[in-house]
Design a protein around this ligand. Structure first.
Ligand code: SF4
Length: 387
C-alpha cells in the first residue's frame, strides 16, 4: 500500500471535518443505554462511572444504580454508606462519595435540578472539567468541548502535535483546539463522536487509519507513524510491594477496622493490613501489623489466601493470614472504628474488591479465581473456630 504523503491530505475545513465525523458517528456509534437519554442526572452518573471503568462493567451497574437511586433526590436522601456499598466493585470510591455530596448540594442549592451551565456544574463537589463539559453538552446542549484521553489522542494525531502531552502548554493547546473543532449545533453528539473515534478507530497502539472517517484531514497519518502521537514521557516503573492482611477471629466473627473518612478507600471496612519489608518473614509481620493497628497481641495461624492485584502504579502481593488473639485491648490507631462482625454482615458494608474476596472466603470458602498459591499449607476459613 503506498505510504500516505502530504499530497493525500485534504485541506482542513471545519465544516468538512465535522460533517465527516458526525456522519460516521451517526452510522457507527455503539448503542449504549446512556445514549438513549438526555436526562442530565443519568448522563452524569454514566460519565462518572465510565471514568476508570470499562463500558462493559458500567452497563449493568449504571442500570442498577438508577433503579436504586432514580433521581437526584433519591441519591441525596440515601445514607452515604449505602451509596458506597452500591459502588462496590467499581473502584475509586471517592467517586461515589463525591456523587453523594454533589446530589445533596443540588437539592440544597438548585432545588433538586442538575444545574445547566458548565460553571455551575463545576462548582459541585468532585465535578471536574471533563464531567462538567460532558453533562452540560449532552444533557443541556451547551457548546462546551470535552477533553479526555481519547480526545487528546485524536487531536494530537490530527495535528501531529509534538509537545509532551502532560505539559501545561499541551493541555492549553488541546483544550483550545477541542473547543475550536466543536460542532455548535450538536455539541453533545460531537463530544461523543470525538470520544467514540478514539475508542473504536484511533486506538492507542494501532490506529485504524484505513477505516477512519477523518483520515483525509490527519497530519499524523500523513507522517506515516500516527502512533508516535501523543508524545509522552515514559512512565515510572511499577512499584512492587508485599502486604499482609490479618484475619483475627472470635468464633464466627472477624475483626474489621473502618478507614478514616478522608484518603484512599475512605470509610471502608477491612481487616488489619500493612506493608511488609522484603527481609521480614510474613509470619512475623502478621503479629507486628495486628499489634500496630489494633493493640492486640496475637499468635499467627496459617496462610489463607494470596491475592495479587494492582492499585494505580503499585503491584501488591497480599498475603492473607489467620491469627488468634492472645491478649491486649483494642486501641484506635489509624482507623476510625472497629467491630467484630460476621463475614456476611461485613459484605453489606462499604468494602473494597480485595477485602470482599477475603470476606467471601471466610463466609463459604470460595477461593477467588485470581488467587495465587500460598507458600505454606493453607488454612481453612474457620481455623480458630471452637478453640
Ligand atoms: Fe487517528 Fe489514523 Fe484517523 Fe488520524 S487517520 S485520526 S491517526 S485513526
Amino acid at each position: 500500500m503506498p505510504r500516505p504523503t502530504a499530497a493525500t491530505q485534504t485541506r482542513f475545513t471545519p465544516a468538512g471535518f465535522r460533517s465527516a465525523l458526525l456522519g460516521w458517528y451517526d452510522g457507527n456509534r455503539r448503542e449504549l443505554p446512556w445514549r438513549a437519554t438526555r436526562d442530565p442526572y443519568r448522563v452524569w452518573i454514566s460519565e462518572v462511572m465510565l471514568q476508570q471503568t470499562t463500558v462493559r462493567t458500567v452497563e449493568p451497574r449504571w442500570r442498577r444504580f438508577l433503579e436504586k437511586y432514580p433521581d437526584v433526590e433519591a441519591l441525596a436522601r440515601a445514607p452515604l454508606d449505602d451509596v458506597v456499598a452500591e459502588w462496590s466493585g467499581l473502584g475509586y470510591y471517592t467517586r461515589a462519595r463525591n456523587l453523594h455530596a454533589a446530589a445533596r448540594r443540588i437539592v440544597e442549592d438548585f432545588s433538586g435540578r442538575v444545574p445547566a451551565t458548565f460553571e455551575e456544574l463545576l462548582s459541585l463537589p468532585g465535578m471536574g472539567t471533563y464531567t462538567a463539559a460532558a453533562v452540560a453538552s449532552i444533557g443541556f446542549g451547551a457548546p462546551v468541548a470535552v477533553l479526555d484521553a481519547n480526545v487528546e489522542r485524536v487531536i494530537a494525531r490530527l495535528d501531529a502535535f509534538a509537545t509532551e502531552i502532560r505539559s501545561p502548554a499541551a493541555k492549553r493547546h488541546l483544550s483550545a483546539r477541542a473547543q475550536e473543532l466543536l460542532e455548535p449545533a450538536r455539541p453533545g453528539d460531537w463530544n461523543q463522536a470525538m470520544m467514540e473515534l478514539g475508542a473504536l478507530v484511533c486506538l492507542p497502539r494501532a490506529p485504524q487509519c484505513a477505516a477512519c472517517p477523518v483520515a483525509a484531514f490527519c497530519a499524523g497519518r500523513v507522517g506515516g507513524t500516527p502512533e508516535d502521537f501523543p508524545v509522552k514521557r515514559p512512565k515510572p516503573p511499577m512499584e512492587e510491594v508485599r502486604e499482609v492482611a490479618v484475619v483475627l477471629r472470635r468464633e464466627a466473627r472477624v475483626l474489621i477496622l473502618q478507614r478514616p473518612a478522608q484518603g484512599s478507600f475512605a470509610g471502608m471496612w477491612e481487616t488489619p493490613r500493612g506493608r511488609v519489608d522484603e527481609a521480614e518473614p510474613v509470619r512475623d509481620a502478621v503479629v507486628r501489623i495486628a499489634r500496630e493497628q489494633t493493640g492486640l497481641e496475637c499468635t499467627t495461624g496459617a496462610p489463607l489466601l494470596r491475592l495479587r492485584h494492582v492499585v494505580m502504579r503499585t503491584k501488591i502481593d497480599l498475603h492473607v493470614w489467620s491469627a488468634r488473639q492472645d491478649g491486649g485491648r483494642i486501641k484506635r490507631a489509624s482507623h476510625a472504628a472497629h467491630e467484630w462482625t460476621l463475614p456476611a454482615e461485613w459484605l453489606e458494608r462499604p468494602i473494597s474488591t480485595t477485602q470482599k474476596e477475603i470476606a467471601r472466603f471466610l463466609l463459604d470458602g470460595r477461593i477467588p479465581r485470581r488467587a495465587a498459591p500460598v507458600e505454606e499449607s493453607p488454612g481453612q476459613p474457620d481455623l480458630f473456630d471452637g478453640e
